[in-house]
Design a binder for this molecule. Structure first.
Ligand code: MG
Length: 388
């Protein structure tokens, strides 16, 4: 017995240009909360088909491939080039599908928020009546106007639907529609209507937006669920003579400095552990072992940069951090603002999201006796709630 989606192919159309949005890169390749629109589309469709065909522009091919490899681990996708028109792009996708394909799902790469329920509804309808087109009922009043903006007609909106994707079809039916009708179209279903065949609409969703303007990227971000993650870090280094004292990347004049494999910036180490902790990524020692010669004498801010790259790959963003340095001497008050600025720069956040405090222990304990300095930090991250 064959798997339910054994002879189903998904075609993701990513032919659009970045120009309309005033962007340098294709909008479908822009990561929003960790994943781009094309990555989200591919992850969505992968469980519903045996192969995904991505129709893309030549100039996007290498970036597209790299992004897809990151999310479609089984390599179950093929890239084909698009044409000048949507019609040509979809046709190129159809031609790349295997001959024995029974059903095809056509989806806009620029609709990152379609849901598995939509895909299922559309495929179920295609199995029953040859096509299943996601759409939403029109809720706004529709008017026709002339070029001056003067209304010429108010249309009856009852029974009016706005068409979205995913759209699913019987593969032989859609192939025949394209073969028999060579007219240009922005809508695959229209060709099937012209053949006199039934086209069935199924419920899409109002969140199933198509990235068209800059505003849509903000909407996409707003619609993607995120979760706050908190992390805590703590570190101690011994104070000795003959070493520099570096705290939050700031060199502080003092007769002693902190001992360590790197620059021993105890405050940045605590911060790194707080960030890694919030992201569920173990600790600083696992990422930067002190047996590694590469990290000998290194500025801890460079280690922080590496951690920020890791967080970016997880789609995490820093909400705020708070660092407390415990030292009997020297007085850190004059350096606090510089420390905040250093950290904010490396976290790529506003300085208001970074707080640095210094305290003493009234002479008690190793900090109070001037034997060492400790630091504690908390960090709050926003992480994507689900990876699709
Ligand atoms: Mg340390």
């Amino acid at each position: 017995m064959s798997a339910p989606y054994d002879k189903t192919t998904a075609i993701i159309v990513c032919g659009g240009s970045a120009a309309r949005m005033g962007l340098k890169v294709n909008k479908v390749l822009l990561p929003v909360r960790g994943l781009s629109s094309v990555q989200r589309s591919a992850v969505l469709l992968r469980p519903f088909c045996r192969e995904i065909i991505i129709v893309c522009r030549r100039e996007d091919e290498s970036e597209m491939r790299a992004q897809l490899m990151a999310v479609i681990k089984d390599g179950g996708f093929t890239l084909v080039y698009g044409g000048d028109t949507r019609r040509k792009s979809v046709e190129n996708g159809l031609n790349a599908a295997q001959d024995d394909t029974e059903y095809v799902i056509v989806h806009d790469g620029a609709r990152p928020l379609a849901t598995p329920e939509m895909v299922k509804r559309s495929l179920d309808a295609a199995r029953k009546c040859g096509s299943g087109i996601c759409a939403v009922r029109c809720v706004d009043t529709i008017k026709r106007a002339d070029d001056n903006g003067d209304v010429t007609e108010t249309l009856d909106r009852s029974g009016v639907w706005q068409i979205q994707t995913p759209q699913s079809f019987s593969f032989p039916l859609l192939k025949r529609a394209y073969a028999e009708d060579k007219s240009d179209t922005t809508d695959d279903a229209a060709l099937i209507e012209k053949m006199g065949r039934k086209v069935r609409l199924v419920e899409g969703g109002r969140r199933n937006i198509k990235l068209t303007t800059q505003e849509d990227l903000a909407l996409m971000e707003a619609f993607l669920p995120i979760k706050a993650h908190i992390g805590h870090g703590y570190d101690v280094h011994r104070l000795i003579e003959g070493r520099k004292l570096v705290l939050c990347g700031e060199e502080i004049p003092y007769e002693k400095g902190l001992l360590g494999h790197s620059d021993a910036d105890v405050a940045v180490h605590a911060l790194i552990d707080a960030l890694l902790g919030a992201a569920g990524q173990y600790d600083i020692g696992r990422h930067f072992p002190d047996s590694d010669e590469r990290y000998k004498g290194i500025s801890s801010l460079l280690l922080l940069d590496e951690v920020m790259k890791l967080l970016a790959s997880l789609g995490a963003s820093v909400e705020n951090v708070d660092i407390t340095i415990t030292a009997q001497r020297p007085k850190l008050f004059p350096y606090i603002d510089k420390m905040r600025a250093n950290i904010a720069e490396h976290l790529s956040v506003n300085v208001s999201a970074v707080n640095v405090k210094a305290t003493t222990t009234e002479g008690l304990g190793f900090e109070g006796e001037g034997l060492g300095i400790s630091a504690a930090a908390v960090a709050l991250l926003s992480l994507p709630q689900a990876q699709a």
